[in-house]
Design a binder for this molecule. Structure first.
Ligand code: ADP
Ligand code: MG
Length: 697
């Protein structure tokens, strides 16, 4: 039992059985005060249902066994090994280590209770697990005998040095979970607990550490996951309402002449989904609250036109519009596009990017601040302090997932509650969207411009390369243009670049010596890149050899072949993005992946690309294969690392938590009601970092 005077906020080192040394180790993993202990959850459980008794083992089963160490020792057969014999009352099993003998041999004691995990083999008539995973258990701790559910706690080397392995942690928690949890008041409002039929917080925390009942444990886990997800949805709800409600944005009630002129000058008719999305955008822009909308659409679905049409509305009413792109190449493309579309309409368009000279930049900035510039296009350079707008009414952020929430907040400050449209070509499965874009209204472009894409995708082995080159040559002779893409990643950048350079040399000196070739890679200066892209767009270059710098964005309608070398090195979404660069004129195009991949996963990816052109299907598959952490890679997705909840698998809990959280914020936007006081305190503590980006009104 804990001694008197211990409460939830007692510094960890003052707890009996902890002290300064262990206290320091615990602080290193974020346990600073007593209550932090309660939230240090087991990483797994061992219970009767998950344990197999040795008498029931079959070869090749993946099992968990709990028993006692009978004997152990290093044996020198043909190969030195460490052998550990474990007994569970129904039989014996041998655990064998060939490697790391020094490390394991000091881990065990005779009579020690132990859980082992692994695949069962049979050697010389004896059940054996080679290199099993294992957890050391406390004395006599065997769920088969006691019926208890054993929690296994995560540990670190530092913790183990002070005897806080899983077992050590458990001993401490045994002392403190009960007295500490008794002092807790549930922070969730009573209505939420009742509506969702949730287990009370203190009970959930007791059960999650020490439970005798699988059902209760399940309810406890549900409650804790619900908490984590509820708080995050609360953040999204607050973000959303602080960006909208109570803010007086600009009401663009009339679409105006400029919009009409632009609309009528388009060389094509808008698709149905472009039309309906525009309707949603116009409705948003007419409202008092600022627009916060995400426009999702596959590559080539025509997001840019929609954005430019939207941008024309504020410009028509005397405001400025801005477009922020993730790269200079993309910014450049938007700029050219805009210049072309707004031709002869008296619109002043300005581009702000990194590589501009000081004097040029100064001139441009003056235009932006005086209001002479109507449409301002650029990279994140738009966020810089020196960029001051005269009357910014609307912002489009292209490829949102490359920018973080903070950058979104920064650019918003450049105007007085401007309308925001965020464009993303990464189709996010709906489930994930609730977490990642949960604070935005969402529009989706579901249909492609008629006849816009007719791309055939093929996977070939490298022995076909020469045939493919012949094919490319024919296509070039017919007036097309081709991309050849080489993979390039940071870890092997030098080698990768070399491969691209060699490819370029080989092709330009031999097979394609009568054509115009260029090599584009990230190491070039931005003006060099720009001039190559310009020449390629203008048709002055026939064949562009590039590393993945062109992965997003650029639009060269005449390009009808893309060849990807070592295609197995790309992810599904990347391949799909690259494929989106061709077939943009509606003419039949070819996406050819060369790969000698033998691995199953790679083969599956390449086949998926050949079989479907649907970005949503590909994203779903990608997510399934990689999980969401890798799906977004290093890019920010903003969702916190929950301890228990999983934003893919716990979608049902997310939906419930979302509904309750949004309703709560609707009724009590600033959490000021006394009934929500505990909730507010807890939320402000846990989310203090993230709340910085929100201006609460
Ligand atoms: P996204 O930005 O969604 O990848 P874009 O806006 O760049 O797509 O459009 C891709 C191509 O299709 C562009 O060349 C654009 O001019 C053209 N396009 C857009 N909308 C239509 C339409 N409704 N009909 C025909 N072509 C269109
Ligand atoms: Mg685009």
């Amino acid at each position: 039992m804990a001694e008197a005077g211990i409460d939830l906020s007692t510094p960890i080192q003052y707890l009996k059985g902890i002290g300064p040394k262990r206290g320091a180790a615990l602080q290193s993993i974020g346990i600073h005060i007593a209550s932090d202990l309660l939230y240090y959850y087991p990483r797994r459980y061992i219970d009767r249902r998950t344990i197999t008794s040795i008498s029931e083992l079959k070869k090749d089963d993946l099992v968990t066994i709990v028993g006692e160490v009978v004997s152990m020792g290093v044996e020198r057969g043909r190969k030195r090994r460490f052998n550990l014999i474990v007994e569970d009352g129904s039989g014996y099993i041998s655990c064998v280590w060939f490697n790391g003998i020094k490390y394991v041999q000091n881990k065990f004691k005779e009579d020690q209770s132990i859980a082992i995990y692994g695949k069962v083999g049979i050697f010389g008539n004896q059940f054996t697990i080679v290199h099993p995973e294992f957890d050391l258990l406390g004395k006599g701790q065997n769920p088969l005998k006691t019926g208890a559910i054993i929690p296994i706690y995560p540990s670190t080397e530092e913790l183990k040095k002070v005897n806080l392995d899983s077992n050590g942690m458990m001993k401490i928690l045994k002392n403190y979970v009960f007295p500490l949890s008794k002092q807790l008041h549930d922070h969730l409002p009573k209505e939420v607990i009742a509506k969702e039929n949730l287990m009370e917080l203190s009970e959930a925390l007791r059960q999650i550490h020490f439970s005798d009942d699988e059902k209760l444990l399940e309810q406890a886990i549900f409650r804790i996951k619900y908490d984590e997800l509820f708080f995050y949805q609360l953040l999204l709800a607050i973000r959303k309402q602080s960006a909208k409600t109570g803010r007086v944005g600009i009401q663009f009630t009339r679409t105006g002449q400029l919009f009409k002129a632009l609309f009528e000058s388009l060389p094509f008719e808008l698709t149905n989904s472009q039309k309906s999305v525009l309707k949603e955008i116009r409705k948003d822009m007419a409202k008092r609250e600022p627009m916060q909308r995400l426009l999702q659409g596959d590559v080539g679905s025509g997001k840019t036109v929609v954005a430019l049409l939207a941008a024309s509305i504020p410009i028509g009413s005397g405001y400025q519009s801005a477009i922020m792109a993730p790269t200079e190449i993309l910014s450049e493309q938007h700029y050219k596009n805009a210049v072309k579309l707004f031709k002869n309409m008296g619109i002043n368009i300005v581009q702000i990017i990194g590589g501009q000279s000081k004097s040029e930049r100064k001139k441009l900035l003056a235009k932006v601040s005086s209001g002479e510039a109507n449409l301002i296009i650029g990279t994140h350079a738009l966020i810089y302090k020196e960029v001051v707008f005269d009357k910014l009414g609307f912002i489009t952020i292209d490829e949102q997932h490359r920018f973080g929430v903070e950058q979104r907040a920064e650019i918003m400050k450049k105007g007085v509650n401007p309308d925001i449209l965020i464009m993303s070509a990464t189709p996010i499965p709906r489930s994930l969207g609730l977490s990642i874009y949960g604070d935005l209204d969402i529009s989706v472009l579901t249909d492609m411009p008629i006849g816009a894409r007719n791309v055939r995708s093929e996977w070939r082995r490298s022995e076909s390369r020469n045939k493919i080159y012949e094919f490319i040559k024919n296509k070039l002779n017919d007036g097309g243009q081709t991309f050849i893409i080489y993979p390039l990643v940071e870890e092997s950048e030098k080698m990768d670049l070399l491969a691209a350079k060699e490819g370029y040399k080989l092709l330009s000196e031999d097979l394609f010596k009568d054509h115009k070739l260029a090599l584009l890679h990230g190491r070039l200066r931005s003006d060099e890149k720009e001039s190559i892209m310009n020449d390629f767009s203008a048709g002055k270059i026939d064949l562009l050899i590039a590393t993945t710098v062109i992965e997003v964005g650029i639009d060269v309608p005449n390009a009808n072949v893309m060849l990807v070398e070592n295609a197995e090195r790309f992810g599904l979404s990347q391949l799909h993005q690259m494929r989106g660069r061709i077939g943009r004129s509606g003419e039949k195009s070819y996406f050819i992946m060369i790969s000698d991949a033998k691995g199953e996963a790679a083969a599956k990816r390449l086949k998926v690309i050949c079989e479907t052109d649907s970005g949503f299907k590909i994203a779903d598959e990608d997510l399934k294969q990689r999980g969401y952490g890798d799906f977004f890679g290093k890019q920010q997705h903003g969702v916190p690392n929950f301890k228990l909840a999983d934003i893919i698998n716990d979608i049902d809990i997310i939906k419930k938590a979302r509904l309750s959280a949004f309703e709560l914020i609707k009724n009590d936007p600033h959490l000021r009601s006394p009934a929500n006081r505990l909730l507010r305190d807890k939320f402000m503590t846990d989310y203090s970092e993230r709340l910085k980006f929100i201006e609460t009104g």
